[in-house]
Design a protein. Structure first.
Length: 189
């Protein structure tokens, strides 16, 4: 089994900008209660200040098997390296004016909680397993192994309004640095 932290990104198919996230900038985050690995729920529309929400398709359990053809789906691979990169840059991202960092996928909370513990993530993962936020915002998605999964993107949200969207995201292990550079170039909120 390949170590997810040592992926040769030059061999992975890069996602193309299909325009599926063009409508997001300027949108108001809808009121949707998302289950959180911190316990309880989080309504992103009610959070004051700047929030970074990185959306990822599907994080494999270490003992699990990837869906058939996973590494041939453009942009699918890399959820663990992306999460670890946000973990490693979390303090710097927060120092750049971000009040909260969240990871978001359609996986259920118990599955995500294992990943938070295993990867030592200092921020919670949110579950949109019922696709409520995904449908309300028309987030780009794809299907693999009979699962509806979200395409990888990152939203910068200021006081409940999507200010900026990174899409597509590739390679995922470098993306937290790209987000940090973008945040540091802004005037403080």
């Amino acid at each position: 089994m390949q170590d997810p932290m040592s992926i040769d990104w030059s061999t992975m198919p890069a996602p193309l900008d299909d325009g599926a996230a063009n409508h997001l900038s300027g949108r108001i985050i809808p009121a949707v209660a998302l289950d959180s690995t911190d316990g309880g729920t989080v309504d992103l529309s009610r959070i004051a200040g700047r929030v970074v929400i990185y959306v990822y398709p599907w994080k494999k359990h270490p003992d699990g098997v990837l869906p058939e053809g996973w590494t041939s789906i453009p942009g699918a691979a890399g959820c663990t390296p992306q999460s670890c990169a946000f973990r490693d840059r979390a303090a710097a991202i927060e120092a750049a004016g971000v009040r909260h960092i969240f990871g978001l996928s359609t996986q259920d909370t118990p599955y995500q909680r294992e990943a938070v513990e295993r990867l030592h993530l200092p921020y919670p993962l949110l579950s949109d397993r019922r696709l409520e936020l995904a449908k309300a915002l028309s987030l780009p998605s794809f299907t693999a192994a009979d699962m509806t999964l979200l395409k990888r993107l990152t939203m910068i949200v200021d006081d409940g309004v999507i200010r900026h969207v990174f899409y597509p995201v590739f390679p995922p292990h470098l993306h937290a640095g790209e987000v940090l550079a973008w945040l540091q170039a802004l005037a403080p909120m």
